[in-house]
Write a protein that binds this ligand. Structure first.
Ligand SMILES: *Cc1c(COP(=O)(O)O)cnc(C)c1O
Length: 403
């Protein structure tokens, strides 16, 4: 794809997603579990553009949502309510009520207290809430601490013991129907053996519950499958799937997985335009080179937030030298890349920031009163706009009536 043409046509900063790539990733994961009933529930917090969700829904994907806003986004994009899961540690009463009224597949519970709220609300509505419990198996996923979720010190899920008691309670309740068991131990995992270890632990619980006639149908293994940003090993999906099946040890259950990054991460690039080059003199007489671009941490916060690496390429050749690629925001933490090797650049040159399809636009903000970027889809060799660039009017629309 000719990125310079896209940058001209739609302007920058710009997100570009290859839908064909997403489809190929979806098929890959679906294929690994083909011997079993499986449901791939795309974790839409990775990228929740409506056109992208519509595309996923048409592929047959379900959706893993972490707010009622995400549930409604998925439904608006054409998702089937019976393929929607709702997770998250802090669901409000209003959110629970809406989720029950929308009759989604199941609500993933993350605490005892939450279970009681869901039970009460289901009672008020005269419904029986389909639930799943998120077990925190206390295994170390060995990823960045901010995206590690499966240790007791993390806020997510409940211990095995607690889960057991909760299932017994839910089983007896008139207003709760336990249908699933869930875990999700972290994100960007390039070694998936901790997930398989977690699956073994949770599968034992499944066996116990079934012995008690608690009919759990869904074995939800969460997301977290990592992708290649730099020189990580791509995880081996075959041994992942085989490991999960072995952990289940012949128990019949629908396997639910919740990939986010894996489906969309490497489907996306972020295009940004060079504004200036700038050389700062440093004390020791050396120089520090900055390439200042029109994209910033409000567009793509992963480098600033997690010190995440994104490959950055120029669309022209030339003698390469190290530089920091930085945005216009008034924060020293505003960078897209540090010590990146790039040729001499000038105003108007385009840089391609790779692997930007996941946790890119969806984590973007209006910080510094910057309009959020436009989004474009590529499919079958054609490009189309799937989100307009924000305007100044968009920025102020909820405030201007008050001045
Ligand atoms: C974030 C999240 C996912 C997706 O994580 P990825 O690393 O993008 O695959 C899946 N399930 C839950 C519950 C999540 O919070």
């Amino acid at each position: 794809m000719d990125y310079s043409l896209l940058a001209k046509k739609y302007n920058t900063p710009l997100y570009v997603y290859d839908f064909d790539y997403i489809q190929a990733q979806y098929n890959k994961i679906k294929k690994e579990f083909q011997a079993r009933k499986s449901l791939v529930c795309y974790a839409l917090k990775a990228n929740s553009n409506l056109s992208l969700l519509k595309f996923m829904a048409e592929l047959g994907a379900g959706f893993d949502c972490v707010s009622i806003g995400e549930v409604k986004r998925a439904l608006l994009a054409g998702a089937k309510n019976y393929k929607i899961i709702y997770s998250g540690v802090g669901k409000s009463d209003e959110e629970i009520k809406e989720a029950l009224n929308l009759d989604i597949l199941m609500i993933n519970l993350e605490s005892d207290e939450e279970m009681k709220r869901v039970e009460n609300i289901a009672k008020e509505l005269g419904k029986k809430a389909r639930i799943s419990i998120r077990v925190n198996p206390n295994v170390d996923p060995k990823t960045h601490p901010y995206i590690s979720t499966g240790l007791s010190k993390n806020k997510f899920g409940v211990s095995l013991n607690k889960a057991r008691l909760m299932y017994l309670y839910a089983h007896k309740s008139e207003f709760l129907e336990p249908v699933g068991v869930h875990f999700h131990i972290g994100s960007q995992l390039t070694d998936l053996t901790p997930v398989i270890e977690a699956a073994r632990i949770v599968s034992e619980l499944l066996r116990e519950l079934r012995a008690l006639d608690i009919d759990i149908k869904f074995f939800d293994i969460g997301g977290g499958v990592g992708i290649k940003y730099e020189n990580e090993e791509e995880p081996d999906l075959y041994s992942y799937a085989q490991g999960i099946l072995a952990a289940l040890g012949g128990q019949d259950a629908t396997i639910v997985c919740e990939p986010g990054r894996f489906l969309v991460g490497n489907a996306g690039v972020f295009l940004t335009k060079v504004l200036y080059e700038k050389i700062n003199d440093t004390k020791d007489g050396s120089h520090k080179r900055f390439v200042i671009v029109d994209g910033a941490m409000n567009d793509l916060i992963r480098p600033s937030l997690y010190e995440a690496f994104h490959e950055i390429k120029a669309l022209k050749d030339g003698q390469k030298e190290l530089c920091d690629v930085v945005g216009p925001i008034c924060e020293s933490g505003d960078f897209l890349g540090k010590d990146i090797s790039l040729p001499k650049l000038e105003n108007g040159d385009i840089l391609v920031v790779k692997s930007a399809g996941a946790y890119g636009f969806s984590m973007s903000s209006n910080y510094n009163s910057r309009n959020r970027a436009a989004e474009v889809a590529l499919q079958n060799g054609t490009d189309r706009l799937i989100r307009k660039r924000e305007s100044f009017d968009d920025l102020i629309k909820n405030e201007k009536e008050f001045i």
